[in-house]
Structures are given as C-alpha cells and as structure tokens.
Design a binder for this molecule. Structure first.
Ligand SMILES: Nc1nc2c(c(=O)[nH]1)N[C@H]1C(S)=C(S)[C@@H](COP(=O)(O)OP(=O)(O)OC[C@H]3O[C@@H](n4cnc5c(=O)[nH]c(N)nc54)[C@H](O)[C@@H]3O)O[C@H]1N2
Ligand SMILES: Nc1nc2c(c(=O)[nH]1)N[C@H]1C(S)=C(S)[C@@H](COP(=O)(O)OP(=O)(O)OC[C@H]3O[C@@H](n4cnc5c(=O)[nH]c(N)nc54)[C@H](O)[C@@H]3O)O[C@H]1N2
Ligand SMILES: [Mo]
Length: 762
C-alpha cells in the first residue's frame, strides 16, 4: 500500500508565538497581508492583474465564499481572504512528474498541510499503482480507461460513490450528477452534508425551501441583525461591508458566539484607507457569549419573552403559519434556571435582547457552522425560524433568514442535483430533461459513505474537488476505510492529504481553477454559480492555465462518461463543446432555470424563485409556515469534561492552510493548540503552552490525541476550541446531528490530561 494510511496532519515545525487578540478587523493589515500572499505566490504584475478581476462583471467569481456581490460593484470587490484564495490558485504548477519522482507517498505524508499546499498547482494526471511507492504520470486517455474498466467491473453501481466539494460550477455539477445517475446510483455525498445540511433540513420543514430568504439590499433596511455561530471577519469578510452599511443605516447588531470574534467588534474597510478615511466602525452592539451548544436554550428564552410581550404579528401568525398554539404551550412552563445555566447567559441579558427584538420592525438572522454542526443542529435552526414567525420577519423588506453558505457554489451544486436524497419530483423532471431513466433509491451521504466503506460495501470513490480525508470526521477510521477501496480518483487543483491515503489504485486528475481561461471547441467558455442569496451569475476565468495539461471539470466528467457509459445515446462530449449546451439541458431539467442562457448573461444574473422571499408564500405540503416544538438538548457534561468546538483560523480555507497566522486571535506559528478559559487552566494546574492530551468520548468509545499546546483565551468555562482539520481525528464518526446527519464538529465531549497518560485508542 502506498500511503501510511492514517491521514493525520503532522505538526508544523515553527514555534508557537502568542500575541494580543485584535479588536479591529480588516484595515491596512488586511491589505498588506493579502498583498504579501499574492506577491509571494504570483509576483507583482500577475497579482495586480488577477486581483482586479475578482468579482467583476466580466471577471471570475471569488472562490473564497458564497457571500453575494453588491449590484454596484467597486473596483475592489474582494477581501483579504478572497485575495488569498485567488493567489493560492494562481500559483505556478510545480507538482509534476519530477516532484512525484522526488518524493514517495510515504515521504509526502510526513509533511504538514501547510507544506503540501505550498508546493504549487498539480501539473499533470498522476497514477499510483497497487503496491507502488510513487505516483507516476499517466495520459488522460489511460486514466479514463482505468476508471471506466473499474466502474464497469463493479457488481452494482451502488458500490461506487461520487463526492463533490462546493467550488464546482453549475455546469460541472449538473453534468456530473447526470453521469452518476445514468451510471445508476444516487451515491452523491457532498461537503454540504458536513456544512449547511442542518439549515436545509430545518428550512424545508418549516418554510418549504432549503435556502435563505433575504437579499443583500435587505441589510440596508434591517433594524436588528443577529449573527449567530458565525465568524464573518475571517470566513465571510465581504459581509462586514454589508454589516457596516446596515449599521450606518441604524441597525442594531447582536453577535451570539462563545468567542468575541474580531470581525464583529470593529471594522475598517480596506478601501477606506484608499480614501484616507482612517476611522473604524463599531459593528456589534452586543456580544452574547453563549456557551457552546447553548443557543437552543437562549432562543427558547427569547421566544418565551417575545410571546409574553404580546407584540406578535398576529395577522401573519393567523394567515401564514400553523402550530403556534403548540409552540406557545410548549414554552409555558419554561424552566428559567435551566435556560440560564444551559445558555450561560444571565436572565437580565436575555430580557434586554428580547426587548430589542420585540421593538424591531425588521429582523435578519444570519448563522453558520456554530449552529449547524450540533446534535440539535436542525432543531436549533427551527428555533430561529420560530422567532421570525412570531414577528412575521419573513418575506418583508429588511427581514428574513440568512444561512451564510461556505463554499462559493455549494448552494448551486445542490440546486442542480448534487444530492444523495433527491425527491421523486426532482428526478422526474431530470429524466424528462435528459431523456434517460434514473434511480430513485437514495444514496449515501458523507457519514454513511464512510460507514459503508467500513462494511466493505464500497469499492470505488470519485472526488470532484475537496479533501475527503481531512474534511471528514474520525480521521484514523476514515483513512482505514478509504484504504480498503479498490480505486480512488481525485479531481484537484492542489496537493492534499486525500492523495496520500492510498486505496489500492489512485488517480489524481488536475483541473482548471476558477481564475483560468477555459477554451473548448466553440471557443472561450464561462461557467455559472449561485451565491448564498440565490442569485445565479457568470464567472469567467481569465488567467493563462497553470499548465497545458490541465482540463476543465466539465470536460473531465464528459470524458469519464463517454468512456464508461456504453448503453446511452446521450452524447456527453457534445455538451462540453459549448457550455451553452449544458445550460440548455439545465433549463429543461431543473425548476427555475427557464431561458437560462439568456437570463444569466444579464449584467447581474438572475434570482432563482424563492416563494417566502418573493411573495411571503410557503411551499410546504399544506402551504403554511410551521412553528416547531423541540425539547432542549441535553447539554450536561461530567465534572471532569469539556465541550470542544473545531473552528477555522484566519489563515486557512477549510483544509487548505495558507499560513500559520491566526492574526485576529493573536496565535501564530503552530496550529496544534487548544484555546481554554484561564480559570479552567488554574483548576487543572495547566500553564500557557503546556502540552496536553485530549480524549473525546462518545457512546462509550474514546479517542485520544496528544501534543496540544494550551492557550488561555476568552472562552466560556468548560468550553475549549481547536482548529479544523487537525482536531478531526477526535470527532467521532457516530456523533452526528439528528435528521441532517452532519458531524457534530462543534460539540465534542472531551477530557484533558497531562501528556504521557494517553492511550491512542481505547
Ligand atoms: N477564509 C475562509 N473563508 C471561508 C472558509 C475558510 O475556511 N476560510 N470556509 C468556508 C466554509 S466551507 C464555510 S462553511 C464557512 C464557515 O464559516 P463559519 O461558520 O464562520 O466558520 P467556523 O470557523 O467553523 O466558525 C463558526 C463560529 O461559530 C462559533 N460557534 C461554535 N460553536 C457555537 C455554538 O454552539 N453557538 C454559537 N452561537 N456559536 C458557536 C465559533 O466560535 C466560530 O466563531 O466559511 C467559508 N469561508
Ligand atoms: N472538524 C471539522 N470538520 C469540518 C468542518 C468543521 O468546521 N470542523 N467544516 C466542514 C465544512 S463546513 C466543509 S464545507 C467541509 C469542506 O470539505 P471539502 O470541500 O472537501 O474541503 P476543502 O478543504 O474545501 O477542499 C480543498 C481541496 O479542494 C481542491 N480544489 C480547490 N479548488 C478546486 C477547484 O476549483 N476544482 C477542483 N476540482 N478542486 C479544487 C484542492 O485540491 C484542495 O486541496 O469540511 C467540513 N469538515
Ligand atoms: Mo462549509
């Protein structure tokens, strides 16, 4: 076997440096930091050329996040972390046959994620034969022949899985799901299963659509904006501009987060420096330091007080919703002592926030992984919906629900069919559009994929982007599971750990990135994406590709399909000659895309239909929005236990590590750290930088990992934080959210011990 199989992230050698936590986000340091990254990776001329093309009408969509662009764009509609994402993609292609001759897979696996990413773009298709120690070059034709042979040798199409990460364009995603379903399976797990799946499930069940209900303009009209379980200063920096504008229009911003994240304290827009405006804007008016997992209690407390205020939107409740009385009844005997102890928020604070909410004519609630990655992820988001239904804060200007998506096209991927559990209606329309029959049986999501691999029920995995090994939970178990596969294929831009945990045979297929020119038979192509607010628009790569051996994702999928499917008359290759062909197919096969090619060419694209937002209508089976009744989750932990959340630093994009500087939090040089309340450190007799072992506990199973340096931090007592993906080895595979099956990456029960007392796995 090629790789060492454990998939763990070795530590960086650099020394841990601790500085002061920053209180102002963005500003000059952000400009300098992004410029330094760009210049280091691309050189000066290419940096300027590249960065001025981000998010312009004729340019490419920023691969950083899914936050929308304003209609009237300024010339620099990107942010520090978007610039880093672009610079990272625009690196030269040095991961080529010479590189792979130099290093064996085992040697590569000894290096940190930061090192792997900094080696450059992957330059050509590579193959790792069974038992081989090194990847070797392979032609595109030979690679597709191997894939087709393998797929056609499986005893059932359901023994293959096809993962997707959310950077893929609508065109690639649509063609991919068409191929996968014509091949015969719905095994389409995607990053969304680990991300906003809980939001989708909560919103479909309550308002009839799994998406948010606001536009960017609503932020200018909101009276109160809640930002719950989200760190926009790092992960959606362009959102800070919307919050600043909202603030200047008089909005009150309430930040609910165990950590006082810097972006929400004060913000200086990088562009203001260019205008010599040096003042910063105070963003959040309130920071509510809820305990990890305490949001359900807090929200029920707030909703109880809102109901008691009797300032409800009665006409909305009567005409548009169902189950209000059940909900009211369920909060009747609310236990305030429990609300306060579970949430960690004083009753007087909850009362004060409730009084603001009651007075607000328009409320927007934004949230991200701090809500979704919990056992009660679906229920807690339903509680947010309950709050909006009480005041009628949906489908009116300045009000609505705003799940803030992660990957730049993760929402579009789902819209065009990347989904392991499609409805029959969705498949019926797809069958009509593509004139092919497709399976109805639901496939595996991410966690069930890993479990099926463990049961030897999967032989083949294809990954359209992403980093399956590092993004998924329970790294050691997942790596073992993947090692048992007959073949794993990765369509990638950069080297990552998934390439180094070897199945019997491995293929790396290098693809064009967002930023790069894509020329097909009919000429230059553009692709389309959907942002977090349901706007579909174009993205046109402009840079010369990093290597001439790169291919576009649609082309790769079409070739794989042409090689594999012998019994279909559907011509995949023809679709790729001109991506308009793919968009015509989408028009015929997916609701909301009528006249796609014409509408998407309009300067700002178009909005997909969204009944709650458009007309305050709810496409639930009975046509009403639904209040949901949920019991509070059990958040009790043992006397010696902690709750751990795994979070992103300021210098990474998911599993891609750009650098080792978590600038806003003042943590530099090393990522194997654990943030802890100073009082807890005192109780445990632990000093700053002491190395500890963390052991997670779930249903009688324990997983231990050592060498975490302790850092005192402003975090609630008995809560700790570590970085994703280093801490994924501690996230138990079985610990998932009810209904959405999302790994509980923000709720891991742990104990902490001094070094040396740790067993690897009990
Ligand atoms: N630069 C950059 N941008 C990114 C990404 C990136 O890695 N880097 N990733 C992209 C992706 S895919 C996604 S999904 C998004 C992720 O964006 P976020 O969801 O902002 O990312 P996380 O770092 O996971 O942070 C979650 C926040 O939730 C808080 N939190 C944790 N547990 C709880 C809780 O129980 N209650 C509350 N109220 N808060 C809690 C944490 O303190 C943290 O501030 O960002 C996207 N954008
Ligand atoms: N513990 C813990 N685990 C988590 C999370 C957490 O908060 N905590 N967050 C979860 C979330 S929200 C998400 S979305 C997932 C992310 O899971 P993934 O989407 O699987 O992971 P990424 O790190 O975004 O993928 C990075 C790789 O994508 C490839 N890539 C980049 N651009 C392109 C492109 O244009 N095309 C192709 N084909 N490949 C490209 C590169 O090779 C790069 O190495 O992780 C999840 N895992
Ligand atoms: Mo995500």
């Amino acid at each position: 076997m090629g790789g060492d199989g454990n998939g763990l992230t070795p530590m960086d050698d650099a020394k841990l440096k601790l500085g002061k936590r920053k209180s102002i986000a963005a500003g000059i340091p952000a400009v300098l930091s992004s410029a330094a990254h760009s210049v280091k990776k691309m050189g000066v001329t290419k940096s300027i050329k590249t960065l001025t093309m981000v998010n312009q009408k004729e340019g490419f969509d920023c691969p950083g996040c899914a936050w929308p662009d304003p209609v009237h764009r300024s010339s620099f509609e990107f942010c520090e972390n978007g610039a880093k994402a672009v610079a990272d993609e625009a690196m030269s292609a040095k991961v080529n046959r010479k590189f792979f001759t130099q290093y064996s897979v085992n040697e590569l696996a000894q290096n940190s994620d930061y090192w792997l990413n900094s080696q450059g773009r992957i330059a050509e298709p590579m193959y790792l034969a069974a038992g081989a120690s090194h990847y070797q070059p392979i032609t595109w034709d030979e690679a597709f022949a191997k894939i087709a042979d393998k797929l056609n040798s499986l005893s059932s199409p359901n023994r293959a899985v096809f993962y997707t990460s959310g950077r893929t364009s609508n065109e690639a995603a649509f063609l991919y799901q068409a191929f996968v379903r014509m091949y015969g399976t719905n095994n389409l797990p995607d990053c969304s299963n680990m991300c906003h799946e809980s939001s989708g499930k909560a919103l479909v069940s309550t308002i009839g659509i799994g998406k948010g209900t606001v536009t960017l303009d609503d932020f200018n009209h909101a009276e109160t904006i809640l930002v719950i379980g989200q760190n926009p200063g790092t992960n959606h920096p362009r959102m800070l501009t919307a919050l600043r504008d909202a603030k200047q229009n008089g909005a009150t911003i309430i930040h609910i987060n165990p950590l006082p994240e810097t972006g929400l304290e004060r913000f200086k827009h990088p562009q203001d420096y260019m205008k010599l405006n040096f003042s910063s804007t105070k963003l959040s008016d309130y920071h509510i330091a809820v305990k990890i997992g305490g949001d359900a209690a807090l929200l029920q407390g707030l909703n109880k007080l809102i109901i008691e205020s009797t300032k409800l939107d009665k006409p909305f409740i009567d005409n548009k919703t169902k189950h209000f009385t059940d909900y009211e009844e369920s909060l009747k005997d609310i236990n305030w002592a429990r609300i306060v102890s579970d949430s960690g928020v004083e009753k007087s604070t909850i009362e004060h926030i409730a009084s603001i909410l009651v007075k607000s004519k328009s409320i927007i609630s934004c949230w991200a992984m701090g809500l979704t990655q919990h056992k009660n992820g679906v229920a807690v988001i339903q509680e947010v919906v309950n709050m909006h239904l009480l005041g009628g804060h949906i489908g009116r200007q300045g009000a609505g629900l705003c799940p803030v998506r992660g990957h730049s096209n993760v929402q579009g991927n789902r819209t065009v069919g990347i989904w392991e559990a499609p409805s029959d209606a969705f498949i019926e329309k797809m069958e009509l559009g593509l004139k092919s029959s497709m399976p109805r049986k639901h496939g595996y999501d991410v966690v069930n994929t890993i479990k099926a691999m463990e049961q030897q029920d999967v032989d083949f995995m294809f990954c359209l982007g992403g980093n399956f090994i590092s993004a998924t939970p329970d790294t050691r178990r997942t790596s073992n599971a993947v090692s048992s596969l007959q073949m794993a294929v990765h369509v990638s831009t950069k080297l990552n750990r998934s390439h180094l945990v070897a199945a019997q045979e491995m293929l790396i297929l290098p693809c064009l990135g967002r930023t790069e020119l894509d020329v097909q038979q009919s000429g230059e192509q553009f692709v389309t994406v959907e942002n977090s607010m349901g706007v579909v628009h174009t993205s046109t790569g402009r840079l010369k590709p990093a290597s001439k051996n790169l291919r576009s994702e649609p082309w790769i999928i079409a070739e794989m399909a042409a090689y594999t499917l012998s019994n279909t008359s559907f011509d995949f290759r023809e679709q790729v000659h001109n991506y308009d062909n793919i968009r015509d197919l989408i028009s015929n096969s997916v609701v909301g895309f009528e006249d796609y090619n014409a509408r998407v060419r309009k300067p700002n694209g178009f909005y997909l239909p969204n009944p709650p937002k458009d007309n305050c209508e709810f496409a639930t089976p009975d046509g009403f929005a639904h209040f949901s009744v949920n019991e509070l989750p059990n958040v009790e932990i043992g006397e010696d236990q902690f709750v751990m959340m795994t979070i992103r630093s300021h210098d990474q994009y998911n599993t891609t590590i750009y650098g080792l500087d978590d600038r806003y939090r003042g943590i530099k040089g090393n990522r194997r750290v654990v943030l802890m309340n100073p009082d807890d450190m005192l109780d445990l007799g632990i000093k700053t930088r002491d190395q500890v072992c963390i052991t997670s506990h779930h249903n009688g199973r324990s997983i231990s990992a050592s060498n975490w340096a302790v850092i005192p931090y402003k975090i609630p007592k008995r809560n700790i934080a570590t970085y994703f993906p280093e801490a994924n080895e501690l996230v138990p595979l079985e610990s998932t959210a009810d209904i959405s099956n999302t790994p509980t990456s923000k709720w891991i029960i742990c104990t902490i011990s001094g070094q040396n007392s740790a067993n690897e796995e009990e």
